[in-house]
Ligand binder design. Structure first.
Ligand code: PMP
Length: 365
């Protein structure tokens, strides 16, 4: 019995009646009731005020962490599914298979839930436990393979996903590293949003490179609007993109801890012609910058956002008051609470820098 004397069933029935009435009223008023996909994209820009002290340009965060799935990848999850339905590679009742560091999986799973598809995701053991749990909670199957497997090994996460797709009847391999619907999602949405939100004043765009979708699609749109806009890539030390961009040589990658970005192989969706420069960032700088963004600007984000902001601040040193820089906030901090957003983890990895924002009291938990 609830506090006002009504039974639980009566309260729920009442809520249902109110909801139905509200939908009817909205329909009468001609208002559209949004579907989950209508909430993807159209994320706000936030101006940074503290971290940017002493720098001349205005620097804005593009809040991709505010997408329903908490990352920049909701946009491509939706677009890859819509395109696959259109070209017949994804059929009713089908199973979506993908190799993902987690965020693309979440993006795909949200749209798949609405449309009734099953999902199988292959991740490496480098991905945070939060991402694996999140995907399982969305009702998907998750296969975890060792992050030490090299691209030519059958265990490599992409090769495992391809094999699972081949063995699964009525399956669709989303293939975010090669699927043109990935950069296209950003060409159609992220790029135009940035152009409109800055009234065409954007001069510098900074993003990371995982699949390359964000930087390639957004970069292409912006350069078509104004070829003088500079597109800057942020990449972990250990990834091969910078050397490849500068010399065309593919070096051997070395491990790093930031998730979701960098590569040990060249992938089709990185369109180097839209990238002016790539800046390397250490794990230490990436993680400490991600923590500072939360503590100084109130923007709670993942490690790759720290990589991007470190590169952005470095590039901004040479710019003027006339410049307008936008960088991507790739995903939300909650999915790294057991990793770089935990002091213990940072200390264990010997990455923790002295922090000026806390009082320094340690409570026993
Ligand atoms: N940051 C995180 C945390 C990601 O998961 C990804 C996607 N792999 C990116 C950045 C990079 O985005 P993109 O794949 O569009 O290059």
């Amino acid at each position: 019995c609830m506090s006002d004397g009504k039974t639980y069933e009566e309260v729920i029935k009442n809520i249902k009646v109110i909801a139905e009435e509200w939908i009817e009223t909205a329909k009468e008023l001609g208002r559209e009731i949004p579907e989950p996909k209508d909430l993807f994209g159209n994320t706000p820009l936030i101006k940074l005020n503290k971290i940017t002290r002493g720098l001349k340009p205005a620097i804005y965060a593009k809040m991709e962490s505010m997408n329903p799935g908490g990352s920049v990848k909701d946009r491509i999850g939706l677009n890859m599914i819509l395109e696959a339905e259109k070209n017949g590679t994804l059929k009713p009742g089908g199973t979506i298979v993908e190799a993902t560091s987690g965020n693309t999986g979440i993006g795909l799973a949200l749209t798949a839930a609405v449309k009734g598809y099953k999902c199988i995701f292959v991740m490496t053991d480098k991905a945070s436990v939060e991402k694996v749990k999140y995907l399982k909670a969305l009702g998907t199957d998750v296969v975890v393979v060792p992050s030490t497997a090299k691209p030519d090994s059958p265990q490599y996460y992409v090769n495992t996903a391809i094999r699972i797709a081949e063995d699964t009847p009525n399956s669709f391999y989303a293939s975010q590293y090669t699927n043109p619907a990935n950069p296209e999602a950003h060409y159609k949405t992220t790029g135009p949003e940035l152009w409109e939100q800055t009234d065409g004043k954007i001069t510098h765009f900074v993003a990371s490179l995982g699949t390359g979708g964000t930087i390639s699609g957004t970069g292409r749109f912006l350069k078509e609007k104004d070829k003088n806009i500079k597109v800057i890539g942020a990449d972990p030390y250990g990834s091969i993109f910078k050397t490849f961009k500068e010399s065309g040589v593919i070096v051997e990658g070395t491990p790093y801890l930031v998730e979701g970005i960098g590569q040990e192989r060249i992938v089709e969706n990185v369109h180097f012609q839209y990238i002016d420069e790539i800046i390397n960032v250490t794990d230490k700088d990436s993680f400490n910058m991600s923590r500072r963004l939360a503590r100084e600007e109130g923007i709670f984000c993942g490690g790759s956002t720290g990589t991007i902001l470190s590169a952005a601040l470095r590039a901004a040193k040479d710019l003027t008051e006339k410049d307008v820089m936008v960088f991507i906030v790739c995903d939300i901090g909650e999915r790294y609470l057991t990793k770089h957003l935990s002091d213990e983890w940072m200390r264990e990895k010997r990455l923790l820098e002295k922090d000026k924002t806390t009082v320094g009291i340690v409570y026993q938990t």
